[in-house]
Design a protein around this ligand. Sequence first.
Ligand code: ADP
Ligand code: MG
Length: 498
Amino acid sequence: MNENTTQRLNIEAVKRIAETVRTTLGPLGMDKMMVDGGGNVIVTNDGATILREVDTAHPAAKMVVEVSKMQEANAYDGTTSTVVLASQLLSNSEGLFAKGLHPNVINKGYTAARNMAVEYLEGMECANGGLLAIAKTAITGKSLEASEDKVAELCVETIDAVGHARNVKTLAAPGGSLSDSYLFRGVVLNKDFIGGGDEFDNWANEEGVDILLLNNGLTEAPDSPNVSVQVDASSYGKVQTMGRDKLLSSAKAIVSSGAKVVVLRDGAHDTAVAYLRKQGISVIQRVPESTLRRLSKELKCPIHMIPDSTCSTGVGFITKENYNGVSYLFVHSSNTESTLVLFGATQSTLDEVQRGFDDALGVVSLIKNGDSIRYGGGSTYLAIAMHLREQASTVGGRAQMAIESFADALEIIPATIAENAGFDPLDTVLEMRHKRANMQIDETMPTFYGPDVENGGVMEMTGVYEPTSLIRCAISGATEVANAILRIDDVIGRRGSE
Ligand code: ADP
Ligand code: MG
């Protein structure tokens, strides 16, 4: 394949994938419904989620999916913007190819533009937005917008309490109303005790109970499951008794540790459970290792592999709740861990609620941890574009054409937000440019204008705020993936792949 064909095909693949998320951008973006072969349905407005679920065989499209994941990991939000921008950068490069620019020159121009953009972004006027407005901007257009005040407040309260988005887990419980959602200081297991835990009532729960964490199970399976032994019928019985003996001695060791509750990563055999329950010990099984680690932090006790009498336990308080027929165990002690308990009508709306919460928690967390605030609605992208157009001529040679194309590409963000709200993208962008140019002449004028998604035209973006790092990551990620794709001049099947 010659160079141009490969690049054209790669660019086409990226455009196609960007097309699937483009219409979700902004407050009036639409949702997507995705159905898999098993008939499972996801309804979402979240770019990263859509891209995760879409079947992409094309390697260039996969690179774009990767960059959207990076955006989510670094900035929690802005995934659709990143993909739409990457696609527009590639699309504009086609015009540059047509004018005879070599991919290397485009790369150089795009990189220079990215550097200028980031520098300008950092020095730009900070918006004085509150955390509530930041959270609300992240959730506008999502299904939880109806309760945006409650959601924003809960997000800010949560980050105030726990410091960082990574310190909080969200747990979604179907049934109930979103407005009943709350922050629990501790760990919530979406489990019950084996057998329902009648012995549970006997604990002195006011003083807390001793909890033992085991990164193991209580099963008869031999320690090394890969070893196979051939036995006749009579020795088989012996092997079984041996297994049972081992099981019982593990159970006795748990009793001697003084624990009243044992939390297992793996399953538990009926014999062991029956023995333990008779001794008044409740068993929770199949708890993921990550949750065990959270419990270990909350209870300030180690996780053990093998139970014995010297095993240290942690003292915690456990309460059992039942939401809509599903049991949950609430464990708390030192309140180091936090769980946001979310309620929603159905599982599929709840997943979307959870995604919205994760975005909003993330952006609030960024600001709380030192990030600054910029105006949203694509107004910051447009301001950078105007700056780049002014600066392009300071760069020598043909690269300045690439810088101008880069500037044009940035304006796809406000243009798409306007278009998705049903208004003319070009008129909106032109009016935004006009306002900004006037503002630069008269600095007392209001600052940032973006698309008015209700009435058309433009309006001040007061109250529409984003973290600076979200915009920086989106621009950098989009540039990097566009550059990488432009540098590819051939796609070769690897040995071993189909
Ligand atoms: P992303 O996945 O990129 O976050 P979204 O669908 O969440 O995509 O849309 C985010 C864009 O919508 C941001 O540019 C944000 O500033 C903008 N936006 C949010 N609220 C408003 C609003 N009220 N008016 C105009 N733009 C808004
Ligand atoms: Mg968003």
